[in-house]
Design a protein around this ligand. Structure first.
Ligand code: ADE
Length: 255
């Protein structure tokens, strides 16, 4: 996958991109990230990229021209007859975007190419939103100083879904949210740490019992922490029965 990131602060990215899984994905040839400084596309001696908003009010707004010029100059190279890739999604990072989820990460991981545009200051000129971007994503209901961290979150969540990037085959399939549920607890050696034991079922070697234990642990954790997820998670009859038992237990406790 190729990801082009347009930002005023390209220097914010390399530390994260050059470690661990993202480094590995690039070395494997699964990921190529290209950073573009929007300021390089601004005109005039001072290369101004932001101006106060029309109508007054606080803060600065990113001007449309440098952003259009930057993104269009990339698009023009892609649309050349020799370019192999077509029209990538152009995604604006913004607190007003649709909330990022694991399902969106999965959809984006199917693309060959993504363009991420990082907003700054009070926001970007609305004409960028209406005439350039094809999608707008928020990583949560809070406001960051800019879209750079949000872009990095998307790069990370998408990259780990690319084939071969996670060591264990299928490791991403049991992730929290990938199943519609939170994952249950994990344990590793030692079996006894300060007298706190690893659950016996996990050490039993009995694959079917371990699978059921894990499923029930995931259901219990989701029930306790994110019951809203149970409304949309795919559940078997056995899961529903287990949840009924949890519900009965909790009614028992409160009485
Ligand atoms: N830019 C500022 N805040 C943001 C958020 N919550 N998500 C995405 N981009 C942002």
């Amino acid at each position: 996958m190729r990801i082009d990131i347009f930002t005023l602060f390209p220097g914010m990215f390399p530390a994260y991109l050059n470690e661990s899984m993202l480094k590995r994905a690039q070395e494997m040839g699964q990921l190529a990230v290209h950073l573009h400084n929007i300021r390089d596309y601004a005109s005039g001696k001072h290369r101004i990229t932001d101006e106060p908003p029309f109508g007054g009010g606080g803060g600065m707004v990113l001007k449309p021209e440098p952003i259009f010029t930057a993104v269009e100059s990339l698009l023009s190279t892609l649309q050349s007859p020799t370019a192999a890739i077509g029209n990538p999604p152009i995604i604006l990072m913004s607190p007003q975007g649709r909330p990022f989820t694991q399902a969106i990460a999965q959809q984006l991981s199917q693309q060959e190419h993504l363009i991420l545009l990082c907003g700054r200051y009070e926001g970007v000129d609305e004409r960028v939103r209406t005439h350039l971007v094809t999608d707008e994503i928020s990583i949560g209901d809070y406001v960051l100083t800019g879209g750079e961290l949000a872009a990095m979150v998307i790069v990370d969540a998408v990259t780990r879904l690319l084939p071969g990037v996670l060591g264990a085959e299928g490791a991403a399939e049991t992730d929290s949210h990938a199943t519609g549920l939170l994952e249950g607890p994990h344990y590793t050696k030692p079996a006894d740490f300060r007298g706190w034991q690893v659950p016996a079922t996990l050490r039993s070697g009995h694959a079917a019992k371990i699978d059921r234990w894990r499923r029930e642990a995931a259901l219990r954790r989701t029930w306790q922490r994110r019951p809203d997820l149970l409304l949309t998670a795919p559940l078997t009859e056995e899961d529903k029965w287990f949840l009924c038992q949890l519900a009965a237990e909790s009614v028992g406790h409160s009485s």
